[in-house]
Design a protein around this ligand. Structure first.
Ligand SMILES: O=C(O)CCC(=O)C(=O)O
Ligand SMILES: [Fe+2]
Length: 390
């Protein structure tokens, strides 16, 4: 293992030429191409390190404590879109327990993992094999990581009034027969992170000058999901991404990392800034949903993973989304009077599903994975449209 990082961040690599189509990709979901449309003098992307925020004040009964956190969060969300959180209240042994069980899952035989093949569920839950998702390289292979996805389902739902009317992400999680403990451990983590995200979101609302409970009605059965990911070490002589440059499509992400440095975040100068591990901290980043709600005031920042460390790397992103049936559109307060804002009436569930469809194309095309595909799982007509749209 690499020694734990003691410094906050360092600037590591120049970005390869960035395809401006990437900035345009989700523009229809709101003011996504924010970096291109920000006025001169904007603070967006003006960073060469990721801020660290002690968020323990979000649990305080004193408004002044909550406001003190909100002020720091506001700066980080407008300028960087990423920040470390310490004082989050989730015990380290809970996080470590998820890393441990995740490693045991990835150590199973390939066929035992492929029993939960993510492409064999319509709502994309389960196992993504190594190179089995993301943008294809010249050999038709995707990102250098394998992953296990789980999320909101009937067992994890905590809203007795939930009707779950949006069809896009409706469905149950899948769990491997060979590792029965996985469900309990990951479900426990899910509940804890969802609770943290609900509290954090109240502080995000405060930071935006909204009532603290503004988002609460949108989070009664939030469409959260999570991933345990494994990035094997990559050769340094060529760029093959652990995850290629992207923004997260959800409201916000709470990422747990191990001690291996690999995550990088794009600043306004096109420099990829390292976000090294910090003991006891999560890394929070803003996703496209919150960027849309705030009409681009809070930024969903491009990031990527390159594991040049020589070590195996594991991470656990928890993606918080509003209720899946929520229509994502800018909050009136953030739309200047008389201005036109482009957005589609798209639900959180559909936005999420479209992102998953695009991300999981490789398995349909590469024979190593396609031989595991079951017939009739997906609505191909919908999926083809979603994939080619944008
Ligand atoms: O593993 C990481 O550090 C980041 C993962 C990530 O960006 C994602 O899954 O969206
Ligand atoms: Fe991400």
């Amino acid at each position: 293992m690499a020694p734990p990082a003691t410094t906050t961040t360092t600037t590591v690599t120049e970005a390869p030429a960035f395809n401006s189509q990437d900035f345009q990709r989700y523009k229809k979901y709101g003011k996504f191409g924010v970096r291109e449309t920000q006025p001169v003098g904007s603070i967006v992307g003006d960073f060469d390190s990721i801020p660290v925020i002690d968020v323990s004040g979000i649990y305080s009964d004193e408004l002044s404590d909550r406001e003190a956190v909100a002020e720091k969060i506001r700066d980080a969300c407008m300028r960087v879109g990423f920040f470390y959180v310490e004082g989050h209240g989730i015990p380290q042994d809970i996080v470590d327990g998820v890393f441990d069980i995740g490693k045991r899952f990835f150590a199973l035989d390939f066929d035992d993992k492929m029993e939960c093949f993510i492409n064999n569920t319509p709502h994309y839950r389960g196992y993504t094999p190594l190179y089995g998702a993301g943008k294809a390289n010249a050999e038709g292979l995707g990102n250098a990581n394998e992953a296990f996805d789980w999320g909101h389902d009937s067992k994890l739902n905590d809203d007795p009034n939930e009707t779950f009317i949006d069809p896009h992400m409706r469905g149950e999680n899948v769990w491997p027969t060979k590792l029965p403990e996985l469900e309990e451990r990951l479900s426990d983590y899910y509940r804890r992170l969802r609770a943290f995200c609900r509290t954090l979101t109240r502080n995000l609302a405060l930071s935006l000058g909204l009532k603290e409970d503004w988002f609460d009605p949108l989070l009664t059965h939030p469409g959260c999901s999570a991933v345990v990911a494994h990035y094997p070490p990559q050769p340094k002589d060529k760029i093959h991404f652990g995850i290629d440059p992207h923004t997260d499509s959800e409201f916000c992400t709470v990422l747990a990392t191990d001690e291996v440095r690999a995550l990088e975040v794009l600043n306004k100068d096109g420099i990829w800034v390292s976000a090294p591990p910090r003991k006891g901290c999560f890394i929070v980043n803003i996703g496209d949903q919150l960027q849309s709600y705030t009409n681009g005031l809070y930024v969903s920042t491009f990031h990527r993973v390159l594991n040049y460390s020589g070590e195996e790397r594991y991470s656990i992103p928890f993606f918080m989304s509003t209720n899946f049936e929520t229509v994502i559109r800018p909050i009136e307060k953030f739309v200047p009077p008389g201005s036109q804002v482009e957005y589609d009436d798209i639900t959180a569930g559909e936005m999420y599903k479209n992102a998953m469809i695009k991300f999981h194309q490789i398995a349909k095309k590469h024979p190593v994975f396609s031989k595991y595909l079951k017939e009739g799982v997906h609505d191909e007509e919908y999926e083809n449209q979603a994939h080619f749209h944008s």
